[in-house]
Design a protein around this ligand. Structure first.
Ligand SMILES: *Cc1c(COP(=O)(O)O)cnc(C)c1O
Length: 324
C-alpha cells in the first residue's frame, strides 16, 4: 500500500490563507439555557451561516483553488447528498471553472435548486441502488474532469479544518469539541486544528444511531461499510469513512457517539426556538449529543459543537416545528 497523502496542521493554515476574505468567519453563539441543560459551558460554531449554508464551501473552494489551469479548463465532478454539491457549484463558478454534480434523486428540493442556481449541472442517481462513484469516474475518464471527493481528499480536509481553526482562535480554552460525522472530512480537519492548538482537549464525533459506521470503525480499528442509513440527517448517510479520514479518526478522535432522529428533531426545534438558528438535522448532531447527555461533561467544562449546516427544506422545517 502506498502512503496516504494525509494533510497536517500547516495545510489547514495554508487553507485559511486562501479562504480569508472568501468564506464567512462564522459567529460562535452561546445560550444560558443550553448551558443549564448540558451542565457545562456550550459554544456553537454557526456554519449554518457559511456561504452556501454549510462548512462544505471551505473544503470545496480550497480544493478547486489548488487545481492547475489545465484542470480548471476540464472542470470538476462531484457526488453529494446536497451540501458538497452547492459548495462545489459555487466554488467552481467563483474560480472560473464548471461543475457536474451527481445528486441522489431524493435529495431535498431546496438543495438541488440551489446547486443549479450556483451554476452546477445536476444529474440524479438512486442512492440505494446506483454506484455514484463509478458514475463520477466515467466523467473523469470521458471528459478529463477532476473528481472532488466530499471528504477523502487532503485539500478538502484541510479546508474543512478552517472552521475549527476559527473556533479555536475565538475560544482558546475549550475542553471538548464535538462535530458531526458523515464521511469524516469535517472531524478530520477539526482534528488537525485541535491537536495543534489544544492538544489536551477531547474530540468526539456524532453519527445518526442508524448509521454508526464510524463508531464501529473507530472501536474495531477496521474500516466498516454499512448500507445507506434512512435518517433525517441526510448529510450523514455516507456508507463508510474514507481511507484518509479513517486514518485521522483512528489517530486523533477520542470517541464517536450516536443520537436518534427523535433527538435530532428535538434539538432542531430547541436551536430554532432558543437560539433563533435554522440548523438542518445533520447540523444538529453535535448539539444533540451535548444536550441529550451522550457525552460526559463536568460542571464548568467548555464544550463546543460545530453546527455544520442550515440547509433544511422549508416544508420539512415547518413539519418539525409544527410537531413540537
Ligand atoms: C457533509 C456534512 C456533514 C458531514 O461531514 P463529513 O465531512 O462528511 O463528515 C455534516 N453536516 C453537514 C451539514 C454536512 O453537509
Amino acid at each position: 500500500m502506498t502512503a496516504l497523502d494525509l494533510p497536517n496542521y500547516q495545510d489547514v493554515i495554508r487553507a485559511s490563507a486562501v479562504l480569508d476574505g472568501v468564506v464567512n468567519r462564522t459567529p460562535v453563539l452561546r445560550s444560558p439555557l443550553a448551558d443549564a441543560r448540558a451542565g457545562a459551558q456550550l459554544f456553537f460554531k454557526c456554519e449554518n451561516f457559511q456561504r452556501t449554508g454549510a462548512f462544505k464551501f471551505r473544503g470545496a473552494y480550497y480544493a478547486i483553488a489548488r487545481l492547475s489551469e489545465e484542470q480548471r479548463r476540464a472542470g470538476v465532478v462531484a457526488y453529494s447528498s446536497g451540501n458538497h454539491a452547492q459548495a462545489v457549484a459555487l466554488a467552481a463558478r467563483l474560480l472560473g471553472t464548471h461543475a457536474v454534480i451527481l445528486m441522489p434523486a431524493d435529495a431535498p428540493m431546496a438543495k438541488r435548486a440551489a446547486t443549479e442556481g450556483y451554476g452546477g449541472q445536476v444529474l440524479t442517481y438512486d442512492r440505494y441502488k446506483d454506484d455514484r462513484i463509478a458514475m463520477a469516474e466515467a466523467f473523469v475518464r470521458d471528459e478529463g474532469r477532476v473528481l472532488l471527493s466530499p471528504y477523502d481528499h487532503a485539500d478538502v480536509i484541510a479546508g474543512q479544518g478552517t472552521a475549527a481553526l476559527e473556533l479555536l482562535q475565538d475560544q482558546t480554552d475549550l475542553d471538548l469539541l464535538v462535530t458531526p460525522i458523515g464521511g469524516g472530512g469535517l472531524i478530520s480537519g477539526s482534528a488537525l486544528a485541535l491537536r495543534a492548538l489544544r492538544p489536551g482537549a477531547r474530540l468526539i464525533g456524532v453519527e445518526p444511531a442508524l448509521g454508526n459506521d464510524a463508531q464501529q470503525s473507530l472501536r474495531s480499528g477496521v474500516l466498516h461499510h454499512i448500507t445507506a442509513p434512512r435518517t433525517i440527517a441526510d448529510g450523514a448517510t455516507t456508507t463508510h469513512l474514507g481511507d484518509r479520514t479513517f486514518a485521522i479518526l483512528c489517530r486523533d478522535v477520542d470517541d464517536v457517539v450516536t443520537v436518534t432522529d427523535e433527538e435530532l428533531r428535538e434539538t432542531l426545534v430547541f436551536l430554532a426556538q432558543r437560539l433563533k438558528l435554522i440548523v438542518e438535522p445533520t447540523g444538529c448532531l453535535g448539539a444533540a449529543a451535548l444536550l441529550h447527555g451522550k457525552i460526559a461533561l463536568r460542571p464548568g467544562q467548555r464544550a463546543a459543537a460545530i453546527l455544520s449546516g442550515g440547509n433544511v427544506d422549508m416544508t420539512a422545517l415547518a413539519g418539525y416545528l409544527a410537531a413540537a
